[in-house]
Design a protein around this ligand. Structure first.
Ligand code: ATP
Ligand code: MG
Length: 551
């Protein structure tokens, strides 16, 4: 019997709100701060916010939470919009910016002052911190609390005009310095910052705090469900306080869910930025980065990320998702969709002595054995071929099934081949194998013939050169930010560049097309370099090589 999927707690809340008529449909928003590139953690929030809007016939807004001019940049705005579209979502209405509400926010701040609910404070940052108290001790009132409404209004207006230096004053809500919730101990609403903003230029020299901006932006946009991560739970009482005291009809509500943590992965914009600045990686979109731009360049399909987000679900308890869950989703998608081809990553020359040097045989091979509708490709078989150095051994370990001197292997899609002679250079390095093929074995083993190993190969005459970048996990520690320094957790072998020989038809791929190199893994035509030269990025190996049980 079909069982209806169990709705997560948020979808249950939304379903009930719609059913009870608290809203006709949900309006959500995805509200990044443009201070870095989005990462896999943000994908969870994007899939959730856009996902519920889609499922319940509602809307999801794209809004930049851009209240801190010091750390923000247009480059980040552009990359974030690209990433959301790449993930497959379209926001409702225009792109929104909290900074476009600066005038409204200012008006609401003056309203609070008029109501006696906000005041100008002259404590410097350090004194303010001391006055705030601790979890066990109540705070102390700022002297600014005693100012009259008129005096507060006058000072706040002069703050806006630019009459004061940074740090001279702040605007604070007047709530309760003894509240057990520190977020209610007169939180800061505005700071003076003589700084240009990427959206508003030099129009402002006072900037609203996140806690003040977010609830009002939600209310102005008619957001019904303001979904954020658990660390904002303690901010919710202030969110509600503000909604209560501003003159707007909308009643958005905040809901929290557990952020995504992934093993072997950093999900902090600040730390990712450090990797970029210290040139540990080549940029925000380095294929080893967990940014969406990096994930895309790595060749991981957006559909695999969406599937991953569905699979991990939405809860209120913090946990670390195993990186192999993401790997599973990536392999599952590519196994279905990626065409197959042969690529020799460590080329070793093989001369087939019983094959005419003039003769090329074209062999038909399936593009995808399980998907005949994808048709077939033609593979050239010649007098000289490349095989992988790792598929030959003069001193094989126990259980070795591949080629040895005097031994046989099957060449994938072609013949059974025997190694007759090995030619080495002065240093003992193998240069060329002289082999012969059994002409009766094309594509199948004759009765009674036991050839265990199957190896891949590429024609030397038709094979083309390609650069293959073997990417692996950036970190070798399961929790890269557990130790003192994340740099200590780096995997020294996260990239190895190889000069490979590949089937010529691969040159027809387009940037971002993926392919399975048989026996090696999944690879993608590099998004940016492909138009100049063939460069493949390894998306993922065929099997997990990290799990503790794997040899
Ligand atoms: P970081 O800590 O990496 O700087 P952030 O929370 O400051 O991230 P924002 O730009 O404020 O980044 O995030 C936009 C939205 O994405 C927020 O609603 C935030 O809750 C959500 N988000 C950020 N990180 C994660 C994560 N790891 N898992 C789920 N949602 C996240
Ligand atoms: Mg944030």
């Amino acid at each position: 019997m079909e069982q209806e999927a169990v709705k997560d707690f948020l979808r249950q809340i939304i379903a009930e709100d719609v059913q009870k008529g608290r809203c006709a449909y949900p309006v959500t928003r995805f509200p990044p701060e443009p201070n870095g590139y989005l990462h896999i953690g943000h994908a969870k929030s994007i899939c959730l916010n856009f996902g519920v809007a889609e499922e319940f016939g509602g809307h999801c807004h794209m809004r930049f939470d851009d209240t801190n001019p010091a750390k923000e940049d247009q480059e980040y705005v552009d990359s974030i919009l690209d990433d959301v579209r790449w993930l497959g979502f379209q926001w409702s209405g225009p792109v929104r910016y909290a900074s476009h509400y600066f005038e409204d926010l200012y008006r609401f701040a003056e309203d609070l002052i008029q109501q006696g609910l906000a005041y100008v404070c002259d404590l410097d940052a350090e004194t303010m911190r001391i006055y705030r108290g601790t979890l066990t001790e109540p705070g102390k009132d700022s002297p600014g609390r005693l100012r009259s409404i008129d005096e507060n209004l006058d000072l706040f207006r002069r703050m806006r005009k630019g009459e004061f230096a940074e740090g001279a004053y702040t605007l604070r809500a007047r709530i309760d310095m003894a509240s057990p919730n520190i977020n209610l101990r007169d939180p800061v609403l505005y700071r003076i910052r003589h700084m240009e903003h990427h959206q508003t230029g030099l129009a402002w020299c006072i900037y609203p705090s996140y806690d003040f901006t977010h609830p009002i932006s939600d209310a102005l946009e008619g957001i019904t469900h303001s979904i954020c991560t658990l660390e904002f739970e303690d901010h919710r009482p202030f969110y509600d306080w503000l909604i209560e005291h501003i003159d707007l009809e909308a009643r958005p509500r905040q809901y929290e869910f557990a952020r995504l943590n992934l093993s072997y992965t950093l999900t902090s914009k600040r730390k990712l930025k450090m990797l970029v600045e210290q040139k540990v990686v080549e940029g925000w979109d380095d294929p080893r980065m967990p940014t969406l731009a990096g994930i895309r360049r790595r060749g991981i399909p957006a559909a695999a990320i969406r599937r991953f987000c569905t699979m991990i679900g939405v809860t209120r308890s913090d946990s670390v998702v195993d990186a192999t869950v993401l790997d599973f989703c990536v392999r599952e998608y590519l196994e279905q969709h990626a065409p197959r081809a042969m690529a020799v990553l460590r080329p070793l020359r093989v001369v087939i002595r019983n094959w005419d040097s003039e003769k090329t045989q074209w062999i038909d091979a399936a593009v995808h054995a399980q998907r005949p509708e994808l048709g077939s490709r033609r593979i050239a078989f010649d007098h000289e071929i490349w095989i992988d150095r790792d598929d030959f051994s003069q001193d094989p370990p126990k259980g070795w099934k591949r080629l040895v001197p005097g031994g046989e292997v099957r060449l994938r899609h072609a013949y059974v081949m025997r190694c007759d002679e090995v030619e080495c250079d002065a240093a003992g390095q193998v240069q060329t194998l002289y082999c012969s093929v059994d002409l009766a074995t094309l594509g199948a083993n004759p009765q009674g013939r036991k050839v265990k190993g199957v190896i891949h190969w590429v024609s030397a005459r038709y094979g083309v050169n390609a650069e293959v970048r073997m990417y692996d996990r950036l970190f070798q520690a399961e929790q890269p930010d557990e130790g003192q320094n994340v740099l200590d957790a780096l995997n020294p072998d996260s990239l190895e560049i190889m000069q490979a020989k590949v089937e010529p038809e691969l040159l027809n791929l387009k940037p971002e097309d993926s392919v399975q190199f048989e026996r090696e893994g999944y690879f993608v035509a590099d998004r940016f370099l492909w138009s100049q030269r063939p460069v493949f990025n390894r998306i993922i190996a065929l099997k997990d090589r990290w799990s503790k049980s794997a040899s």
